[in-house]
Design a protein around this ligand. Structure first.
Ligand code: AMP
Ligand code: MG
Length: 403
């Protein structure tokens, strides 16, 4: 039998084909979850002017060195004020958070340490010179590099972009991902069952969710029977997507046509079988124009594992993420784990949690590749290395987080 491809080699092949996609300009709202494709610099100093960090009174520090101190109130500065008063010795201005510091003032006394009476304010506590004042430029200087090209955009970055007055921002576009299931026995949701041997699809909808969550744009193209002509016709358009995923039809069965058809469609097949469990039959190749083709196994759990290990990184790499793979952690095993054969690296569905300063891992009981419940309960895969038949409680294991 032909050698099974090691996962590292497979991942290298995928990542060397998954080139970052073109950039596009999107409004801040659309940029969430995408990767910045340009450097963003500060448009002005931030803050742009010295201003108050508190509600209180703007004073000259010399006047309140000794407390209590009594100062004449000569005005009020609210945030966004148009006032332009100069503070002379012995006077104070009532000030609110964010309001510019009046000329002559250098310190703000918070309202809770004061008392206002008959047009005067009594300062009861002394503060350091410059206390409660936000200085011009202390967060950013005009022209300073604030967000580097390659930064993933979260809500925080969206806030920064708007504060820098950048409404349209350059990002890498999301890949379009076509999803097609194959199998005579597979029914779509709502399709009537006409034979007891038929099964309802999981993969179309599972992959739709996984692609979307990863950042791609999923197109659920439904289910086709195991008929070479129908499949060939459908796959003729596969290269129109940045990534095309099929499920089923890549194993050793006589009706597994996908693996033959891709060759007819001039897909340059990089690997077909992996030394992993589940998800041994995974086919990957590229179309002449560089678009990616993944033939995932029909078993839903195998399909999910293959997605997480290979398609997820492809989507993320195309979007410009520097670390496109799912996150890994080291965890301590809470229970013994044993398996019957050690010839492949296994990705066992597991629950990982944080307790007493470290991650713990509990492998789930149902590990067969058709058992969907294991995926719903899991938040990680526990990696069982090749050649390892059993792991003992307390041992260190590698886990891959999934969501
Ligand atoms: P295959 O890879 O075509 O040999 O399919 C392997 C197993 O996965 C079979 O038991 C199929 O019935 C099942 N399967 C294939 N496609 C799907 C699907 N879309 N949803 C759920 N199970 C599937
Ligand atoms: Mg099939």
């Amino acid at each position: 039998m032909k050698e099974l491809t090691p996962l590292e080699e497979a991942l290298r092949a995928v990542l060397s084909s998954a080139k970052p996609l073109e950039t596009q300009r999107v409004f801040i709202h659309e940029a969430l979850g995408m990767v910045l494709a340009e450097d963003i610099r500060a448009d002005t100093d931030k803050p742009l002017f010295d201003n108050s960090a508190m509600d209180g009174y703007a004073v000259r520090w010399e006047d309140v060195k000794q407390v209590p101190a009594r100062l004449k109130l000569i005005g009020e500065y609210t945030a966004g004020t148009g006032e332009d008063i100069t503070l002379l010795p012995g006077t104070a201005i009532k000030i609110f958070t964010g309001a510019p510091l009046p000329k002559g003032a250098d310190t703000v006394i918070p309202v809770e340490y004061t008392e206002e009476k008959n047009g005067e304010v009594i300062v009861k506590k002394s503060f350091k010179k410059g206390a409660n004042v936000r200085k011009r430029g202390e967060d950013m200087r005009e022209g300073q590099l604030v967000l580097k090209k390659g930064t993933p955009i979260r809500g925080y970055e969206m806030g920064i972009l708007s504060s820098l007055n950048v409404p349209l921002v350059s990002v890498r576009r999301r890949p379009n991902v076509g999803i097609l299931s194959t199998g005579d026995e597979i029914l779509d949701v709502c399709e009537p069952r006409t034979k007891p041997s038929q099964i309802r699809t999981s993969n179309n909808y599972m992959l739709h969710g996984l692609v979307k969550r990863a950042g791609g744009i999923p197109y659920n193209l439904g289910i086709l029977p195991d008929d070479p002509n129908t499949l060939k016709e459908a796959l003729k358009n596969a290269h129109r997507y940045d990534i095309f995923i099929t499920t089923g039809g890549v194993s050793m069965g006589e009706k597994d046509y996908v693996k033959e058809l891709v060759k007819e469609l001039n897909v340059d097949v990089k690997f077909h079988k992996l030394r992993i469990k589940p998800a041994k039959p995974v086919l990957f190749g590229t179309f002449a124009d560089g678009k990616l083709f993944f033939g995932l196994p029909g078993n839903p759990v195998s399909s999910a594992v293959a997605f997480d290990l290979l398609v997820y990184p492809a989507i993320r790499a195309m979007m410009g993420f520097r670390n496109p793979e799912r996150e890994k952690r080291s965890a301590v095993l809470d229970e013994d784990y044993a398996r019957k054969s050690a010839d492949r690296r296994e990705f066992a569905r597991a629950v990982v949690y944080f307790k007493d300063g470290r991650y713990h891992c509990i492998p789930l009981k149902k590990q067969d590749s058709h058992m969907l419940t294991s995926l719903s309960e899991a938040n990680a895969y526990m990696v069982v290395p090749e050649g390892v038949l059993s792991l003992k409680k307390g041992e260190e294991v590698e886990v891959i987080l999934i969501d």
